[in-house]
Design a protein around this ligand. Structure first.
Ligand code: MOS
Length: 717
């Protein structure tokens, strides 16, 4: 059965958020609360040789300083097990790593106490950048489909170039924070996280607690973007402090420390060669990628996730490598590898189109993808061409001169139009959901999921109120809480597909239960009234949903708090979401400043569940795409390691003045193979391909090809 389109309704938490009434983890206030501040290491690598807490303890209000000796020794970690939990250790792996935690009656005293601690160190040589000696290159498994070498030999036209993407840091408005309460042997942690179960698991391992002893609550997240995907450096420190002191402790990590301790998008480099045959068809890709990596980091250099899935190129040969240096672990940041890979790859595709003298839109359209060339499976759906056609129509692409530098305004401003595409894996996670409808007018749906602004509660509501005659005002959607349901990490754009299928199944099951209960009786009104009419306080059902090809094994893993995500390769097919961005840039004649007054983005995310939040997701992705290619880069001072521009004054992000009109459209055709509602993911595909579209537009405006992000004015002088 194919699902019908959903109506455009306001987000469920719109009013709450506008009123400032939405409660985030750091808003939690508990009587008797203490405040904490971390002391960051001031060396890039080495050991703490001495740490006196005397000066800090003399400050009025400071109650305790936690150091390395306050933590249980790390549990024995087998190979392939979870990474060692973050506590305080005397070994320093990167600048900014916490060496102590000061706890005080007030935030001011905690800050003053942290500043009073001056450890002594034994510093050793370190490697600050991937070009330094001391950087260790470690290749990972290659990504291959067909025989690219053979196909490349047949190519008539070849384009080969290098592309670079800088280290970047997520800067959600909500900073990292942990509030921990230790009461009657139970640790309750409030933390804005995308992975409340991951946080719970890390706390259990680090602090030697049982599953019954840890509850993690993440009621609302003020921006996740992958930064909040797992336990944070400070989480166990704050929890330990609460346990040792028997009082609640809160830490809001200052932004400068977020730069040094949270994960980040590592610098990455791409060498791409694409070959085309005599008919102008892309037939072969050779692509080598590498990335900055910490000594022990595990973020995979998965740069070949998306490029093979976009244009039906049968022969693909990709390599990837980590380059290990002394930094904190990099990690997932919105469209983690597909964003930089699509910048590189879709720039290269554009360059090849230019070499062939073909309009870049037509060039892409003649490469409709139907199969995954790596795993040799058909796509469940791929409507990239539909995105391109609709985007071009909305943008007014027709009549665009092929040659660059042809559109110049009277004041000398160069105007360019570019197109760029992206793809992102469609993933799904098993879900266990309970649904209770009461005669009192209330409904409660509890499942996995974290609300980080993307609108997961709104998608769940859309499905429940379409399927069930319930009062939307009485609907509670309980997610992001390890005490209400097993929680997955809400990331990888699998939130919607996982949650809405569970909501739909729950609704179906509930309706069946109601029918049994009514046994032919037909009391009028909504479900609440019907329950009241038959004197039944409530009905409750539980459902378990899995992705294609998943079963008991994955459900068991979810119940144990583990990751059980599947996709994009399923037994019968491969699934991706797609997007096409059309961008107009203006390059000012004297300053060479690049402006982006106009963007049209059309996405294929399968069935759109919540048009309002979906549109908002794409807009946000485009804003970040523009910001990522025109503004954002985190700089390292090789003399000291760590990050130089660790605040929002020096780490420049796009602001309102940088953003013009963004017109968002959707193909809105369901992917019936992927799930019953036909919904694929959207949050991350939104950003992919946008940077390439800007680069391609800059080329069209100026004739100059920019292959390194961010695009600085000096590159166009
Ligand atoms: Mo996303 S970077 O997978 O939270």
């Amino acid at each position: 059965m194919t699902s019908a389109p959903f109506p455009n309704r306001p987000r469920v938490d719109a009013r709450e958020k506008v009123l400032g009434a939405a409660r985030y983890a750091a808003d939690v206030a508990v009587p008797g609360m203490l405040y904490a501040m971390q002391v960051p290491a001031t060396i890039a690598k080495g050991r703490v040789t001495g740490l006196s807490t005397d000066a800090a303890m003399r400050i009025a209000g400071v109650v305790r300083v936690l150091t390395a000796t306050d933590f249980p020794p790390p549990p024995p970690g087998g190979a392939g097990g979870p990474p060692p939990p973050a506590t305080i250790t005397d070994d320093i792996a990167y600048r900014g790593q916490p060496v102590a935690l000061v706890v005080a009656d007030s935030l001011e005293a905690a800050i003053e106490g942290a500043e009073a601690i001056r450890p002594t160190y034994a510093a050793v040589d370190f490697t600050a950048t991937i070009d330094d000696k001391g950087a260790v290159t470690q290749p990972v498994e290659p990504t291959r489909g067909g025989d690219a070498e053979k196909a490349m030999a047949r190519a008539v036209t070849r384009h080969k170039a290098d592309y670079v993407s800088p280290a970047q840091h997520h800067n959600p408005i909500e900073m990292l924070s942990t509030t921990a309460v230790w009461e009657n042997g139970v640790l309750t942690v409030y933390e804005g996280t995308q992975g409340s179960n991951m946080v719970k698991g890390a706390l259990m391992r680090t602090l030697r607690l049982t599953a019954e002893q840890v509850v993690v609550k993440s009621p609302q997240v003020g921006g996740g973007f992958g930064q909040k995907g797992g336990p944070q450096r400070q989480t166990a420190l704050v929890a330990r402090a609460a346990m040792l002191l028997g009082r609640p402790v809160k830490l809001v990590v200052p932004r400068g420390q977020v730069f040094h301790n949270a994960t980040f998008r590592p610098k990455n480099r791409h060498r791409i060669e694409i070959g085309a045959d005599a008919a102008g068809r892309m037939i072969a890709v050779r692509y080598d990628a590498d990335q900055q990596q910490s000594r022990a980091g595990q973020f995979p250099p998965a740069y070949h996730e998306s490029p093979p899935m976009m244009y039906g190129i049968p022969d693909y040969d990709g390599t990837a490598a980590n380059i290990r240096i002394d930094t904190q672990a990099p990690g997932y940041m919105r469209a983690p590898t597909p964003h930089p890979a699509s910048f590189a790859f879709d720039s290269a595709v554009d360059e090849l189109a230019v070499e062939l003298g073909v309009d870049p839109l037509d060039f892409r359209l003649r490469h409709r993808a139907t199969r995954d060339p790596i795993d040799d499976k058909p796509f469940s759906t791929c409507f990239l061409n539909e995105c391109l056609i609709e985007g071009a129509r909305r943008f007014g692409w027709k009549g665009r001169p092929i040659a660059p530098g042809m559109m110049v305004r009277p004041d000398g401003t160069q105007v360019g139009w570019g197109v760029g595409c992206g793809a992102y894996p469609a993933n799904v996670h098993p879900t266990i959901a309970t649904l209770r409808v009461g005669a009192d007018g209330r409904t409660r749906f509890a499942a996995a999921g974290h609300e980080m602004g993307q609108g997961i509660r709104s998608t769940i509501e859309q499905v429940l109120i379409r399927e069930l005659a319930i009062d939307p005002a009485g609907l509670e959607i309980a997610i992001g809480d390890t005490s209400v349901a097993p929680q997955h990490v809400t990331a990888g754009s699998w939130g919607t597909a996982s949650a809405v299928t569970a909501a739909e199944q729950a609704a179906v099951r509930l309706k069946a239960t109601m029918a049994d209960l009514l046994a032919g009786r037909t009391p009028g009104g909504n479900l609440h009234r019907q329950l009241a009419a038959v004197r039944r306080p409530s009905v409750e059902i539980e459902v378990t949903t899995v992705g294609p090809g998943q079963g008991e094994k994955e459900i068991a893993r979810l119940r144990q708090g583990g990751m059980a995500v599947s996709g994009p390769v399923f037994p019968q097919f491969t699934s991706f979401s797609y997007i096409a961005h059309f961008v107009e840039v203006h390059v000012e004649p004297h300053t060479r400043r690049i402006r982006v007054p106009r963007v049209v983005s059309v996405a294929d995310c399968g069935r759109v569940i919540s048009p309002r939040t979906a549109e908002s997701q794409v807009r946000g992705g485009v804003v970040w795409g523009i910001s990522a290619c025109l503004r954002e880069a985190t700089e390292v001072d090789p003399r000291y390691g760590g990050w130089l521009n660790n605040d929002l004054a020096d780490y420049v992000v796009a602001v309102n003045a940088d953003i013009g009109e963004i017109d968002v459209g959707f193909v809105d055709r369901p992917d019936d193979l992927f799930n019953s509602l036909g919904a694929k993911g959207l949050g991350e595909v939104a950003m992919t391909g946008c940077a390439a579209a800007v680069a391609n537009a800059v080329y069209h405006a100026t004739g100059k090809r920019l292959r390194e992000m961010p695009f600085r004015v000096e590159a166009l002088l």
